[in-house]
Write a protein that binds this ligand. Structure first.
Ligand code: ATP
Ligand code: MG
Length: 381
């Protein structure tokens, strides 16, 4: 008898011919996650198993955060030929449990001499005989003892829910515009959860935004890394662009124009990094730059699709997710962001694209972009 963790995957089961590729990617992500915990992970029979660890709780904590993992089941593995061994192990698994139960057997080895209903009946009877605190309820049991007959036999009761989604790297790569706020880390998390690899850009306006706001973004990036794996963070100097906008563009359009620059620069960085989309934390109507009209004006300069996974979310809902993924506290640290520097008193809420373009006429857009891109700092997170 060996203790191990049986890892159930989520949507990968929908995949047909690609399934082995997805499973191998999931296995890679799992191995990265449990690195340093003396655990070994392997695939057998379209299942991922993890064993060999000393600290089970620590391994589980890592596994439930791996995108693509549906749930983690602490299980026991045993030889399947001697049925009395199965009965004995079932009893020892259930002996401290109270309430109602049922046995749920599944046989992927169709040559096994007992069929599932017979396995259920025999193991159920053995448990009833030895565990006086348990009774059977097949419709709505408190506990389910799962018995799987594969190359070996497996049993588990506890099913620990995990994060779900798809393994990172299974759905391309996108460039996240990462501010120090609450929304953008959540937006990155949501796309990564769908299997998208990330790179990220952050605009900073030294000396208006200081070291501490840069540190804050680094902390957020590291927190995201727990879910999406290692990625590159591009820190882009933005002060000069903001000064130019401030000096040469009508006040009410400065925020919008600044956002158009963010998109253009992110596009260039995405191009170099092999990312085919951009991600922002925008949500409709949240601020003046996130009205329908303003979003259309920022989209107009992007060469790539811009994903805004939070577009229909209320702030309250976004905060809830930020708390779940542990970025909320960091996001709330009160350091300046470049967006709060030079904010106009009355930003336009229904901008017109022609007006935005006209307002930019006084700027040497290409030179400003080049200058920013040439002075990027790349940090491996
Ligand atoms: P967040 O949206 O992350 O809470 P915020 O609300 O302060 O931060 P907004 O002004 O709402 O930021 O900006 C909308 C989006 O633009 C952000 O979600 C982020 O994707 C991007 N963005 C804003 N500021 C920056 C920045 N300094 N660097 C990179 N991206 C930024
Ligand atoms: Mg926001």
């Amino acid at each position: 008898m060996e203790k191990l963790l049986l890892v159930k995957y989520s949507e990968i089961f929908l995949k047909g011919l690609n399934r082995p590729w997805f499973l191998n990617l999931l296995l890679t992500r799992i191995r990265e996650a449990v690195k340093g915990l003396e655990a070994k992970a392997w695939l057998s029979d379209s299942r991922v198993y993890v064993s060999g660890y000393t600290d089970e709780a620590a391994v589980i904590e890592k596994l439930v955060k791996v995108f693509g993992v549906h749930s983690v089941c602490p299980a026991i593995e045993m030889e399947k030929d001697d049925f009395s061994l199965l009965e004995k192990e079932a009893v020892s698994l259930m002996k401290d449990i109270k309430g109602t139960f049922k046995v749920n057997a599944r046989r992927s080895d169709k040559n096994y001499p007992l069929e599932s209903p017979a396995i259920n009946a025999r193991i159920g009877a053995a448990i009833l005989k030895q565990c006086p605190d348990l009774s059977v309820d097949v419709k709505n049991p408190d506990h389910i003892l799962n018995v799987e007959i594969r190359k070996k036999a497996y049993m588990y009761v506890k099913v620990i829910p995990a994060v779900g989604g798809m393994p990172v790297g299974s759905n391309g790569k996108a460039c996240l515009l990462l501010s120090g706020g609450i929304d953008s880390p959540v937006a990155g998390y949501m796309l990564a959860r769908r299997g998208v690899s990330l790179c990220a850009v952050h605009y900073y306006s030294f000396p208006y935004t200081g070291e501490r706001s840069k540190e804050k973004v680094l902390t957020l990036a590291k927190q995201l890394r727990n879910y999406c794996g290692a990625f590159k963070l591009y820190i882009v100097p933005f002060t000069n662009i903001q000064m130019e906008i401030h000096q040469h563009c009508p006040d009410e359009y400065t925020t919008l124009i600044m956002r158009r620059f963010m998109m253009r620069i992110a596009d260039r960085i995405a191009e170099k990094d092999g990312a085919t989309a951009l991600i922002t934390g925008e949500s409709i109507g949240q601020v003046a730059s996130q009205t329908m009209e303003a979003l259309a004006c920022t989209d107009a300069v992007a060469q790539r699709p811009v994903f805004r996974p939070l577009i229909g979310f209320d702030k309250e809902h976004i905060i809830k997710i930020a708390k779940e993924i542990d970025t909320y506290e960091t996001s709330c640290l009160p350091y300046e962001d470049c967006c709060t520097v030079f904010t106009p008193r009355h930003p336009v809420t229904k901008p017109k694209l022609e007006k935005a373009e006209l307002a930019e006429k006084g700027l040497d857009v290409e030179t400003l972009i080049q200058e920013a891109v040439n002075n990027v700092d790349v940090i491996e997170i």
